[in-house]
Design a protein around this ligand. Sequence first.
Ligand code: ATP
Ligand code: MG
Ligand code: MG
Ligand code: MG
Length: 562
Amino acid sequence: MKQSKTLIPTMREVPADAEVKSHQLLLRAGFIRQNASGVYSYLPLGKKMLRKVEDIVREEMDNAGAVELLMPALQQAELWQESGRWQTYGPELMRLKDRHSREFALGATHEEVITALVRDEVKSYKRLPLTLYQIQTKFRDEKRPRFGLLRGREFVMKDAYSFHSSQESLDEVYDRLFEAYSNVFRRCGLNFRAVIADSGAMGGKDTHEFMVLSDIGEDTIAYSDTSSYAANVEMAPVVTVYEKSTDAQKPLEKVSTPGSKTIESVASLLNVPAEQCIKTLVFKADDELVVVLARGDHEINDIKLKNLLNAGTVEMAAEQEASELFGAPFGSLGPVGLPSNVKIIADNAVQSIANIVCGANEDGWHYVNANVERDFNVHQYADLRFILEGDPSPDGHGTIQFAKGIEVGHIFKLGTRYSEAMNAVYLDENGRTQPMIMGCYGIGVSRIVAAIAEEFNDEKGFVWPANITPFDVHLIPVNVKEESQMAAADTLYDSLRQSGLSVLMDDRAERAGVKFADSDLIGLPIRVTAGKKASEGIVEIKVRKTGDVVEATIENVVNVIR
Ligand code: ATP
Ligand code: MG
Ligand code: MG
Ligand code: MG
């Protein structure tokens, strides 16, 4: 490709709103341009990188036996209503109406579309297993789009879905795709770990995230230095540690908090930090009620609780049930006077702050100075534990370290969650109707481009690795008005390409300084410069990574590079 004929708008200045290296350099080197918050154009170089990652992903998916298709980004609301996610997905789902006022979503993910498709087309166990994937644009109205391509509102994902007639078959495909994912990230040159994205109490076999270790990662992973143990801390039991207050022995005091409904309103009324106000959640676990005391910003979900309690069924208790049991209006549960058949568990963050504010189980009242150990009869659960740096690893090998990670992939055994809700069934060997067993597997293709960009750069710009670069060679005639230099460049442009290398040729009538600075910024692995010695048939070959320079005759350039 000739630079005079393409669009590579480089910039010298660091864009003010770009916080991380990859975002800055992708803008500066002319790979991307922002359109709206979290929405980008991939310029020719950016598009090349996207394509390179896609090619690797395709190859590995195909090798693993998955088959590519393409589904619509525009999805009928009806499908999402069938699965129940029209209600539960929340504001991240971009919704719109057509001219007839019919509701649609822009695909944030495709479980609904593919489950409906396979439900309609596959009826017999003989057609299973089936693994389908696509590479496509996804839309998510992220609360905080940031870091350029790392968290976009419109981004490219590879998503795959598998359908099975047995758990063993799902396990097999899951393992195969686990390997395929590892190959993808290895080939992209990324330093990654597969982590269990689950509390681990279920063995962590049902979902894994692939995390690229990076200081700018938004996830924290806990891993062992000498074993394969690694978990997403977000999913592990709470890890935040607070200093215990020194005046922990203040007496419990009931205070009036008229009209306060949210943690924020209680906090501002009482003039205490919101972190000190705890949330009480009532769950029903089999035949008992469980009250969970949780820090306001911690999400205690069904799965986590199920793990903690080792319970078969865990569901939010009905308000009715709770209020009957506690003989008071539902809303908050104070530390005093709870019946003995109620179990209380407190997350670790709550246990470690002494003077917390909690509900008084009475509208308009709260307790201050509550002390979990003193005022609650807290039930101890084996799995409700801290994971801290320096702890022994749960698998008994090595000690725990923390690192920041960028989630580049996520695989999940869905089971029959979607097939049951959407009636995707097949006939088994005995002619009986069974729900299909499913798995889903995502890779952030555009996020990988940013993750690679984040990793491979120096103070001058990108330093792309040889197997994942927009072009292999940057060919630079220093002075395009000099005939011998242009002739050498033209000859090399052809011979390099004939040898199978991709070439970007800077045929612009720019000053040498500009060309070299742009070349460093763009960061192709090899630079071939036709300068003064071109008239003697000699050019210079420079390795971007090491800065090593050698001279070669024009005829010999391909041999030297290869
Ligand atoms: P995150 O935790 O970063 O929000 P997620 O868990 O919501 O990601 P998944 O639903 O697991 O994402 O989607 C599969 C993959 O798609 C992720 O592993 C990630 O690589 C990529 N991805 C998700 N959201 C974005 C985004 N906003 N921009 C770019 N890539 C994304
Ligand atoms: Mg997300
Ligand atoms: Mg995630
Ligand atoms: Mg995920």
